[in-house]
Ligand binder design. Structure first.
Ligand code: GLY
Ligand code: MN
Length: 480
């Protein structure tokens, strides 16, 4: 598919010099062949093939269209770093912009074809003049043959996609809203069927296959290394007026070195900033009398991300009030973790954690009604201090499988292979007059990543300490 691309004109942009015809002719000559060496299938290829088979079996006789999405302009001729739609990468292993997976019905099965923008040819100016797609600007893409080998699926030129989609009418389900060009071309049979496809593409990712669990474990392990980097950086960060930002930078460097980057913007929240659930401004100083809530995850090149939070005393030692508040959140988290097993409802771990929080707040005299009353759905008064739910599915997306129907997720039942976070928190706002003064401005979250097993759950992030004593010891060791 040929997109209207302003950069494909003879000028590469406002600040690039025009290209003379003689230079253009010269650029088209004398390039040695440069095939990719030692090419074999990507490790993800056989897993992606199984996923396509599962999808095919559900929709016999229907064409399925799943686009990667397109580059988005950040400003002028600068794009954001590309992020493919999760369902597209799940089904193909590919990460490049503009790709479109088509499962064409053939009898009761489907033939899969991946429409891609191939390597820039050397007989047009794209390779050296096109800032968005040119090989000399953004790097070499595989040829179609190379992509077929790498991904283990037949690959065709993107330019041939319109002919496929506008040929004889075939019942079609489209993952809508991802690529405007494909939305125009694919003519889905009806919006309801396409919405059902979007939901199913989320639901089929709920149970992770062994390759996905391996990728998530790597993400978690590198995240644990990043947290140790952060603790080691504390002495320098404590001296900097934007210490939060310093720590963000330290973690993000680890994420970029080990993986694709961070799976979401790092939250580095010192003191009362920790009462803001997603504090990503990270422009504050660090005060050694305060706690630091640090919530971050390394995203692997495969796009699987970890999501871990630790709340650390910036002095290396919890004060009695900080320790008491921390112990309550930790007890809530442990109750949540203890509720994880196949067959348990997704809601159970949240409810177990919130019961502990409500009882603790009542024991402190903060919650004036009984825990039973506070926990009733028509009350929820304890939520003034917890604000959000205690966990979510985790995968390629931070809040994974978000389009899944309630019966499969929120009202559903846990199964082996589900990967999720358990992350209760207490957010005691600095201006909350219901709180004793010594608790005001304390924000605590303890967040770990777990995989549901045949008989319970495995803590994937066990490399990081959770108890106050273990945290103090770990911080002391890292301080040397
Ligand atoms: N850790 C960030 C989030 O779960 O939203
Ligand atoms: Mn989370």
């Amino acid at each position: 598919m040929t997109r209207q691309d302003p950069a494909a004109a003879l000028n590469t942009g406002t600040h690039d010099m025009p290209v003379s015809p003689v230079l253009d002719a010269f650029m088209a000559t004398a390039w040695a062949p440069s095939p990719l060496p030692d090419l074999g299938p990507e490790p993800v290829a056989p897993w992606a093939a199984k996923r396509r088979e599962r999808l095919s079996a559900r929709y016999p006789g229907e064409r399925l269209v799943v686009p990667a999405g397109t580059l988005k302009v950040r400003s002028n001729s600068v794009d954001y770093r590309f992020r493919p739609h999760t369902a597209y990468t799940y089904l193909t292993g590919d990460h490049t912009p503009d790709g479109v997976l088509v499962l064409e019905p053939v009898g009761d099965a489907h033939e899969a074809v991946l429409y891609l923008r191939p390597r820039s040819p050397r007989d047009t100016g794209e390779f050296y003049r096109d800032r968005r797609h040119g090989e000399f600007w953004t790097g070499r893409r595989p040829t179609l043959d190379e992509s077929t080998t790498l991904l283990g699926v037949e690959c065709a030129h993107l330019d041939t996609l319109p002919a496929r989609l506008t040929g004889p009418a075939v019942p079609t389900r489209l993952l809508c809203g991802v690529d405007p060009d494909v939305d125009r071309l694919a003519a889905p049979t009806d919006a309801g069927r396409s919405a059902e496809l979007a939901a199913h593409l989320s639901e089929m990712r709920l149970v992770k296959d062994p390759w996905e669990v391996e990728q998530l474990q790597l993400a978690v392990d590198h995240t644990a290394t990043g947290f140790a980097d952060v603790v080691r950086a504390l002495p320098r960060a404590l001296r900097h007026p934007r210490g939060e930002r310093w720590l963000e930078g330290v973690f993000d460097m680890r994420a970029r070195i080990e993986g694709n980057g961070t799976g979401y913007d790092t939250i580095a929240a010192a003191g009362a900033h920790a009462c803001v659930l997603h504090w990503i401004r990270n422009d504050g100083p660090l005060d050694p009398t305060q706690l630091l809530l640090f919530d971050a995850g390394v995203e692997m090149d495969s796009l699987y991300t970890a999501d871990i939070t630790r709340t650390l005393p910036l002095s290396g030692r919890f004060t009695p009030a900080q320790r008491e508040a921390y112990e309550l959140v930790l007890a809530a988290q442990q109750a949540g973790i203890d509720a994880l097993r196949p067959g348990a409802r997704f809601r159970d771990f949240h409810n177990a954690a919130m019961r502990v929080i409500a009882e603790g707040l009542h024991a402190w005299g903060v919650l004036r009604v009984t825990p039973e009353e506070a926990l009733r759905p028509d009350s929820g008064l304890y939520r003034r201090y917890t604000l959000c739910s205690s966990g979510h599915m985790l995968g390629m997306d931070l809040h994974d499988c978000a389009k899944a129907r309630a019966e499969a997720y929120l009202d559903g039942v846990l199964e082996p292979g589900h990967v999720l976070t358990v992350e209760p928190g207490l957010y005691l706002q600095p201006d909350d007059e219901t709180l004793p003064v010594e608790l005001r401005g304390i924000g605590i979250r303890v967040e770990d990543d777990l995989v549901i097993t045949e008989d319970g759950a495995r803590l994937m992030s066990a490399a990081l300490p959770r108890t106050p004593d273990a945290i103090e010891e770990w911080m002391g060791t890292l301080a040397g």
